[in-house]
Design a protein around this ligand. Structure first.
Ligand code: FES
Length: 81
């Protein structure tokens, strides 16, 4: 699985750094370092809502408060199924 966080300026202002930190914590906590890659990606053309995060080709709008919910739904459930 591949997760890419937008590093464009609009997403940066919406908290991309914090979203990356939370994702890193979650990946470490669930010991998923070998199951997925986390990287940065330039503007995904989805700047209006939260921080754009591409999970295997689908873009989600994250913010520091919903990272864990989306991670649980879209990453953990899929990896564990
Ligand atoms: S800056 Fe992140 S989608 Fe445009």
């Amino acid at each position: 699985m591949k997760i890419s966080v937008c590093i464009g300026s609009s997403c940066h202002l919406k908290g991309a750094r914090e979203v990356v930190n939370k994702l890193q914590e979650l990946i470490k906590f669930h010991k998923l370092e070998d199951s997925l890659t986390l990287s940065g990606k330039f503007c995904m053309g989805n700047c209006r809502s939260g921080v754009s995060v591409d999970i295997d080709g689908v873009i989600y709008s994250m913010n520091p408060d919903n990272v864990e919910v989306i991670f649980n739904e879209m990453v953990l459930k899929r990896i564990n199924s």
